[in-house]
Ligand binder design. Sequence first.
Ligand SMILES: *Cc1c(COP(=O)(O)O)cnc(C)c1O
Length: 229
Amino acid sequence: MTTISKALQAVQARIQRAATQYGRSPESITLIAVSKTAGAESLRIAYASGQRTFGESYAQEALPKMTALQELAIEWHFIGPLQSNKTKSVAENFAWVHSVERAKIAQRLSDQRPEGLPPLNVCLQVNVSGESSKSGVAPAEVLALARAVATLPKIKLRGLMAIPEATDNVAQQHVQFRLLRELRDQLNGQGFKLDTLSMGMSHDLEAAIAEGATMVRVGSAIFGERAKA
Ligand SMILES: *Cc1c(COP(=O)(O)O)cnc(C)c1O
């Protein structure tokens, strides 16, 4: 078995264990294999091992891989920073966008989503750590953003996403993930029907699952450590 296949199995086993430990159904948690910086051949190996959902952070890097792998039934998730000049290729090529933090970007995605495709699934990215360097809408502004995004015809608002402050302190991981879950619950209390919490990466997926993650985004634990930019 290849390194990638083994690593993928190990991540699946971690998800299973965490689900069992925290009383969750493993089927309620989708693994997104984050393939940024990985070559198309690495994705092909993961696909041959059963992986169907892949996450990419940069449109210009993702598009050539999509072309190379177009015969595969991959569901593509865009998880990276999204500028106005990149919304068109994202709207045309991805099934999901996890990183919406401004109404204007959501409007462009809706306008540019091709007629023949189903609505784009969208998560709002929330800054749960309060670090000024971090992307995401402030918790106090999530409701207003959700109301704006929910009106867009070619967008289906699915939930919330966060990239917490990286920390080995497990209690601190839980605090940040719990905040995202509470925000989702508050929105649903306001009449939204959000079914998605996109949270948890290679180093903290257990804490995220404990706090209700429905999608975990795992890169380095599957494809290996990335070269530092
Ligand atoms: C790179 C990335 C991941 C994966 O991180 P790992 O630590 O490699 O698992 C998850 N989410 C986002 C938004 C990323 O950019």
